[in-house]
Write a protein that binds this ligand. Structure first.
Ligand SMILES: CC(C)(COP(=O)(O)OP(=O)(O)OC[C@H]1O[C@@H](n2cnc3c(N)ncnc32)[C@H](O)[C@@H]1OP(=O)(O)O)[C@@H](O)C(=O)NCCC(=O)NCCS
Length: 170
């Protein structure tokens, strides 16, 4: 039998905002002032910051904040922000694990819709995970193409098992 090195699997933990900001700064807003990685609602007690940990290192993050868009059709929503994985782990399932964790959390909060303004290169990723593009609603950003509003219906079936104990990084 061949001896193959066993690859570590990422785990998802609820962490503090302090733990996800460095990744936001590094991957989502390189070269921009750190305050651009601070989102309104980051410090609310029901805001959920998820981190993907691999060998004790944060390699991905996602945040959900109770915040509805101006768009009436999806009132009672939670906003997804700061979704990112390090380039070296992309394509290994971290993004899906993060999305599953935040989706499970908002479902447990009785949320009806989750939404975000999607970075255009990531639209295909969100489509795979059941998000839809809302026609004609975009966020115009200072640099790059406008970000379409994407949304997903949340149902009780999205509730997951609770995440494991306190973060080892807390
Ligand atoms: C978008 C992002 C978070 C995806 O993370 P990831 O760790 O690569 O995701 P996964 O490995 O879990 O990929 C899950 C599936 O989605 C696919 N996928 C990933 N990125 C994709 C993309 N941009 N377009 C289409 N499909 C994509 C993968 O191929 C995989 O498909 P498979 O299950 O058929 O193999 C990551 O590419 C990223 O950080 N991008 C830069 C930051 C960014 O744009 N974030 C979004 C802000 S709105």
């Amino acid at each position: 039998m061949s001896q193959m090195a066993k690859r570590s699997e990422p785990t998802i933990q609820r962490v503090s905002v302090r733990q996800v900001r460095p990744l936001r700064e590094q991957v989502l807003r390189p070269g921009e002032p750190p305050e651009r990685s601070v989102y309104p609602g980051d410090d609310e007690t029901d805001t959920f910051h998820a981190a993907a940990l691999l060998d004790g290192r944060i390699v991905g993050s996602a945040t959900v904040i109770r915040q509805s868009p101006a768009h009436e059709a999806i009132a009672d929503s939670w906003r997804l922000r700061g979704v990112t994985t390090l380039p070296e782990v992309r394509g290994t399932g971290c993004g899906v694990l993060l999305l599953r964790a935040v989706t499970g959390y908002v479902a447990s909060q009785g949320c009806r819709y989750m939404w975000m303004f999607a970075n255009p290169p990531a639209v295909g990723f969100y489509l795979k995970l059941g998000f839809q593009i809302m026609d004609g609603v975009q966020n115009v950003v200072p640099v790059g193409a406008p970000h379409p509003l994407m949304w997903r219906l949340i149902t009780p079936a999205d509730v997951e098992q609770p995440l494991g104990g306190p973060s080892p990084l807390a």
